[in-house]
Design a protein around this ligand. Structure first.
Ligand code: PLP
Length: 447
């Protein structure tokens, strides 16, 4: 309606005057206005309807404005908007039960945070207190959050400007078959070599000082490069051998994104701590947390855990989680995510790779896929350098948006990360748009 668009224009002016945005040079930034959202659609400041292929920051796993979750937030607001974390609250208790029932193994205890970064902070703190050690091993090409410790644990360029106060944080090379650091030509080789490297890192850093290894189960923003077969089982075994806590960061990969409730289930491993956020309630109200094993819980049975937040287990966020998990379960969204990956996204991306010379690699599972664009398939020279954008990538992304699809893109990659309940025909329509934009990318291929 005209009123919505008018309000959107006013909001844009105020935004440019007063809102300080994340990760941006404030001057040239031209944010997109969103005036309405529903299911897998968003409407921009001109009132144009777009298919949301990004799930925003890969968090709206159930799509926008799911009526069951909106109603649950409204009902909770009418009852108890907020209560301090030391008091028992029905929404929080239920959310903890539903999460603990779905996490693998004995991850039976839930500490709630406001989002993913603080979940990572607390997981590391718990690991340090539990082991009495201080070092943390983390992979390059990873993202773990924007707070001081989390951004230092992160292995991507967002760390560079804050790369201090990172006492004990040590980075290692991940298993990443397409751009192997170990010269591997097969996933099996990559697993073996990456694990040998990781064990070397542990030994050289002194296992008695290493509290934790943290890994995104399937690294997300860094490129949705799923671990090669056996890698995570190997990580689990190394962690056990050296008494190191294994933290699985499932902030992006968790809650159905990979076609399982938690991504570790795809690899039959159980971490000691698992961090979550985003999909836990689709981001309708900020929420994150750490799922804690029985053994680590025991450390804090008689010893106070020195950590907390005013909004830990906030009732509005917890009620949204209860309704989200309920909707995901009743509407079989996790199973649907697996099907969409297997039947629609995977085959279509393979087709892209076969017909578009600009497509260097496609990979993923469930509703979690990346298309890696290259200028040259032989050299694998990326369409945008690590840590940057390029006029070529900008043109491809602009073409996708102009055709009515909101993509998630990073460096030389376009990610296909829709809601787990996106209707098949909308997904196919969005992939048709990406297909056409890749023809533009093909024009930039030099090799
Ligand atoms: N960990 C992973 C794997 C993430 O993808 C993110 C955010 O994208 C975070 C942690 C940080 O979460 P938040 O932005 O909620 O602090």
């Amino acid at each position: 309606s005209q009123e919505l668009l008018e309000a959107g224009r006013r909001a844009y002016e105020l935004d440019r005057e007063h809102v300080f945005h994340s990760w941006q040079a404030q001057g040239p930034f031209k944010p997109m206005t969103i005036v309405k959202t529903e299911g897998s659609y968003v409407w921009d400041g001109e009132g144009t309807r777009m298919i949301d292929l990004s799930s925003q920051l890969v968090n709206t796993n159930i799509g926008h404005q799911h009526p069951r979750v909106v109603a649950a937030i409204q009902e909770q607001a009418a009852q108890i908007c907020t209560i301090a974390p030391q008091h028992v609250n029905t929404a929080r208790s239920e959310a903890a039960r539903l999460i603990a029932e779905r996490t693998p193994g004995d991850l039976n205890h839930i500490f709630f945070t406001n989002g993913g970064a603080d979940a990572v902070e607390h997981a590391v703190r718990m690991a340090r207190l539990h082991t009495g050690r201080h070092k943390v091993l983390s992979a390059y090409r990873s993202y773990h959050g924007g707070t001081q410790l989390a951004v230092n644990i992160t292995g991507d360029p967002r760390r560079f400007d804050s790369d201090y106060s990172s006492e004990g944080v040590v980075h290692f090379m991940p298993a990443y078959t397409y751009r192997s650091y170990f010269g591997s030509e097969t996933p099996e080789q990559e697993t073996e070599r990456a694990l040998r490297h990781l064990e070397d890192m542990m030994v050289l850093e002194g296992p008695k000082n290493i509290a934790a290894i943290i890994l995104e189960t399937v690294p997300g923003t860094a490129g949705i490069y799923a671990p090669p077969p056996g890698y995570l089982a190997g990580v689990r075994a190394l962690a056990d051998r050296y008494g190191i806590i294994y933290i699985a960061d499932e902030v992006m990969a968790g809650f159905g994104r990979t076609g399982q409730w938690f991504a570790v289930e795809n690899y039959d491993v159980t971490p000691d701590l698992l961090t979550f956020a985003k999909g836990v309630n689709s981001g309708y109200v900020p929420l994150g947390g750490v799922a804690i094993s029985d053994a680590i819980f025991e450390t804090f049975r008689d010893r106070a855990y020195q950590g907390g937040l005013t909004y830990s287990g906030h009732p509005l966020a917890a009620a949204a989680a209860v309704a989200t998990i309920g909707a995901m379960t009743d509407e079989h969204m996790v199973e649907n995510a697996e099907r969409l990956g297997r039947e629609i996204i995977g085959p279509r991306l393979q087709e892209f790779k076969a017909k578009h010379p600009s497509v260097g690699d496609v990979r993923g599972l469930g509703c979690f896929w990346a298309i890696e664009l290259v200028k040259n398939r032989e050299t694998r020279e990326p369409m945008a350098a690590y840590g940057g954008s390029s006029p070529e990538m900008n043109q491809v992304v602009a073409a996708i948006k102009a055709a009515g699809v909101l993509p998630f893109n990073n460096f030389n990659r376009i990610h296909v990360v829709p809601a787990l309940n996106i209707p098949d025909e909308l997904l196919i329509q969005a992939l048709d748009v990406v297909d056409r934009a890749l023809t533009i990318a093909d024009g930039f291929v030099t090799g």
